[in-house]
Design a protein around this ligand. Structure first.
Ligand code: SF4
Length: 155
């Protein structure tokens, strides 16, 4: 194995091929704070073999403790307000919040119900806004990758 890697390195040097640039990655934790499940359906599609966002360095993780970005879908209901804030508090720094879909962006598609808490933007600092009802898998991946590139350029 070591010999093969050495030969590959020599081949690259001889052919003056520069190695591909190193790209960052994002660990994503999803929290549904009251959606109709339309956004979840599209979010699931981003991970399927067709869109396969893992090849771009985007992966869903099971705990906010391992996450760089909190993906939030739905309007924030009063019952989900505390779990949402707890998930955000559990994340390591640097952390970011993504509002996925028009509901999470505060468009009040479902009306101004008593069961709704203040909009996500008033509860947490939202860094990524992904519009649509629901947003398509391409749009979700596009916004997340744009954030990843912005973050890598700033580092
Ligand atoms: S944005 Fe549309 S699809 Fe997503 S949770 Fe709201 S109503 Fe459902």
């Amino acid at each position: 194995m070591f010999v093969l890697l050495r030969q590959l390195q020599n081949l690259r040097r001889d052919a003056a091929i520069t190695p591909p640039p190193r790209r960052g990655s994002l660990a994503l934790r999803h929290v549904d704070v009251g959606s109709c499940n339309g956004c979840e359906h599209e979010l699931n599609a981003v991970t399927n073999p067709y869109y396969d966002m893992s090849r771009h360095g985007l992966s869903i993780v099971a705990s906010p403790r391992h996450a760089d970005v909190l993906l939030v879908t739905g309007p924030v209901t009063t019952r989900m307000r505390e779990p949402l804030l707890k998930a955000y508090e559990s994340m390591p720094e640097p952390r970011a919040v993504a509002a996925v879909g028009d509901c999470a962006m505060g468009c009040r598609v479902l009306g101004d119900l008593a069961a709704l808490a203040p909009p996500l933007e008033e509860l947490l600092p939202v860094a990524i806004r992904i519009p649509g009802c629901p947003p398509t898998p391409d749009v979700i991946a596009e916004h997340l990758l744009a954030y990843l590139h912005r973050r890598d350029r700033a580092a």
